[in-house]
Design a protein around this ligand. Structure first.
Ligand SMILES: [Cu+2]
Length: 430
């Protein structure tokens, strides 16, 4: 069962036997404030971002993807631990879907949480142009909230006449932080007022191709309850929240302002208001209560005693000495781009401990397909269960993963300009 929620889109579609049609096509989107010109972009089903795809945990998404843009495409379901053949990576899990062609995706949603979908062909350009949308899997017993809101945070590089700037493969951008926009917004879906005293769930998704967003929230009091779709056993304070591209955070909070909830991007100059949710009226019946933890998704316990220990070193970029063997701007372990043999071949169910070593002058957000992994914290403790790990320049971060999903999986930087310029590899699970 899939429903769409974006304005101007079809109502609930509940027939499992009828695939939901997801059509990539050119669109005009009102990215700039009302009164400014609309921006020619790419989108799904007439809008950019695309429709909200929503189902319950354990349900099957049946999606017929139709490509009506003028180049090949494919759709990746980011963060979903699904069959390899449905992962949407052209050249690895499927053929590219050419203009005018279609591809049937069908997968069961194993985990409840906040996910998203996006093009995985020439993603640095197609995602920048708008080929993405939210994918929400509801808990079988959802938390008690008054509003369930999706907050997509993006930036765009827009010219004076309202068009997206060209130069999606600008080598200077790729060697630095990637393609950073000159205009950023938090797109709230659905965008309707909340009341003072309401309890809200905010599903933040950084959908930008390259920009890391630190985010401050004003007008609420609550906790972060999940990262990258996966519940935190102990909800944590909403402070120092930073989302690298593709990362998500679920927040459950009570509205404490009678004016607005504000999403603020702190900058070196003035704080930049990304977006807001208006507050109208008051909820006089809700009783104060603790923010509960979300019900956990399945986690296989890692076998740390027998873990294979690996290192993935990020190299290259501006202001660094490149690895002698790298053939593009960026590399992992001296290799740029995909090689015939994987970074590692795992036995199904094997635990790996991977040191992510950032030997560059830029932060990177490393995304593993088909799995979530634990970030290793202080004292060797297993921290958040994520699909994208941010590693700051010069830092090393360890992750622990149980490779239990068979197939060929990409492991790449989700700064898509870095991925375009060599920062990608793959693993195989036998
Ligand atoms: Cu990167």
């Amino acid at each position: 069962m899939i429903t769409t929620c974006a304005a101007a889109l079809a109502p609930r579609i509940a027939l499992a036997s009828v695939p939901f049609e997801l059509i990539a096509q050119p669109v005009n989107a009102q990215i700039l404030p009302a009164g400014d010109p609309a921006t020619p972009m790419l989108g799904f089903n007439g809008s950019a971002p695309g429709p909200v795809l929503r189902a319950r945990q354990g349900d099957t998404f049946d999606i017929r993807f139709l490509n009506q843009i003028d180049e090949g495409s494919a759709v990746h379901w980011h963060g979903l631990r699904i069959d390899n053949a449905m992962d949407g990576v052209p050249g690895m899990t499927q053929e590219v879907v050419e203009t005018g062609a279609e591809f049937e995706y069908s997968f069961r949603a194993p985990d409840a949480g906040t996910f998203w979908y996006h093009s995985h062909n020439r993603s640095w350009e197609q995602v920048a142009k708008g080929l993405y949308g939210p994918l929400i899997v509801e808990e079988l017993t959802p938390p008690d909230v008054d509003h369930d809101l999706i907050v997509m945070i993006d930036d765009w590089r827009i010219t004076e006449n309202g068009a997206l700037a060209e130069g999606f493969e600008n080598r200077h951008d790729q060697a630095h932080q990637g393609r950073l926009g000159n205009f950023a917004r938090a797109l709230v879906e659905p965008n309707s007022p909340v009341r003072l005293g309401d309890r809200v769930r905010l599903r933040l998704i950084n959908v930008a191709t390259d920009r890391i967003f630190p985010i401050e929230l004003e007008g609420i009091d609550g906790k972060i309850v999940a990262f990258d779709g996966m519940p935190l056993p102990n909800p944590q304070a909403v402070s120092n929240l930073i989302l690298a591209p593709a990362q998500r955070a679920d927040i459950i909070a009570d509205v404490t302002s009678d004016d607005q909830i504000a999403f603020v991007f702190p900058t070196r100059d003035d704080p930049y208001l990304l977006g807001e949710i208006p507050v109208e009226g008051a909820n006089t019946t809700r009783q104060p209560s603790e923010i509960p933890a979300l019900p956990p998704n399945e986690q296989k316990q890692p076998d740390l005693d027998n873990a294979v220990v690996l290192s993935l070193t990020m190299q290259g970029g501006a202001m660094s000495r490149p690895a002698s063997t790298q053939t593009d701007i960026w590399a992992f372990n001296g290799q740029s781009g995909l090689t015939d043999t994987p970074f590692h071949r795992f036995e199904r169910g094997q635990t790996a401990r991977i040191r992510l070593v950032n030997d560059t002058r830029f932060p990177h957000g490393i995304h593993l397909h088909g799995h979530h992994f634990f970030e290793v914290g202080a004292n060797n403790s297993l921290g958040a269960f994520r699909d994208t790990a941010m590693v700051n320049a010069g830092d090393t971060r360890e992750i622990v993963c149980v490779f239990d999903n068979p197939g060929k999986w990409l492991l790449h930087c989700h700064m898509l300009g870095h991925q375009a310029a060599g920062m990608k590899t793959w693993v195989e699970v036998a």
